[in-house]
Design a protein around this ligand. Structure first.
Ligand code: SAM
Length: 238
């Protein structure tokens, strides 16, 4: 039996709030963000991505009525931000939330020892990989109000954000140890009560530094985070 058939068994006809069809939203996002690629549902990475997106949508909906903005650290071509911004459009007629999308748009930063996999079978990315064109991302989000796309290296780039901003949803997807730690260090106090902090690569074999940074930060504060079945990890701010 094909993976595609299994993906359809699992994800077709899942309805989110307002009767929003999750898989339809996901496929539309894929098409818009990757106009020249055809969608391969027989690819395990695609399956993993759909699953992670489902968790992202559910936590996003959980936080939707809080007061605060959206922040994503690690945007690449804009897939996860676009998915959630489209979801927001379908949830609310008129949004008042700001979206801040932060990326170097020059790819990954330096790999530290913490980022190196001990498994020789894992082929890791390197500095400068995963680079996207900011102009393409700007075009993608043109249709939406209140989206701010900010280019720069974490943590320096945080200086372009207003210190007074409060966030209800923060997605950390910068893969590596140092920018994950620096993002947590910057955002944690600015997340509202009940707000979500979610990271993409907590159990990624290719990016072991993400989990180390996440645990170092939250263990030092005695805050419990949850490792999700999707490979992500989440903290709901208390
Ligand atoms: C896995 S991608 C993000 C994927 C994206 N969330 C999506 O849904 O497709 C990781 C991104 O983190 C960015 N990045 C990594 N280290 C960074 C740093 N120190 N400062 C800013 N951006 C960084 C890279 O440029 C890359 O675009």
């Amino acid at each position: 039996m094909s993976l595609e058939k299994n993906i359809k068994i699992i994800f077709e006809n899942i309805k989110l709030e307002n009767n929003i069809d999750f898989f339809k939203l996901w496929k539309e996002t894929y098409k818009i963000v990757n106009p020249s690629k055809s969608l391969d549902l027989n690819n395990m990475l695609t399956a993993i991505r759909i699953n992670k997106s489902f968790y992202l949508c559910k936590y996003f909906i959980f936080a939707k009525d809080l007061k605060g903005d959206f922040l994503e650290c690690g945007v690449l071509k804009g897939f996860s931000s676009y998915l959630l911004r489209s979801l927001e459009d379908q949830l609310f007629k008129d949004t008042i939330n700001n979206y801040f999308l932060i990326d170097s748009f020059e790819g990954l930063s330096d790999f530290l020892d913490e980022d190196k996999s001990l498994n020789p079978d894992i082929i890791q990315n390197k500095k400068g990989d995963l680079k996207a064109n900011i102009e393409d991302v700007k075009v993608l989000f043109n249709q939406f109000k209140n989206v701010n796309i900010i280019k720069g290296w974490i943590p320096k780039v945080f200086e372009s954000l207003d210190e007074k901003n409060k966030y209800k949803f923060v997605h950390i997807d910068v893969d590596l140890y140092q920018p994950t730690f620096d993002s947590l260090n910057y955002i944690y106090d600015k997340v509202v009560k009940g707000g979500i902090i979610i990271t993409d690569d907590y159990r990624s074999p290719s990016f072991p530094g993400n989990q180390k940074a996440w645990e170092k930060y939250f263990n030092s504060k005695n805050i419990r985070s949850l490792s999700l079945p999707s490979g992500q990890a989440v903290v709901i701010k208390e």
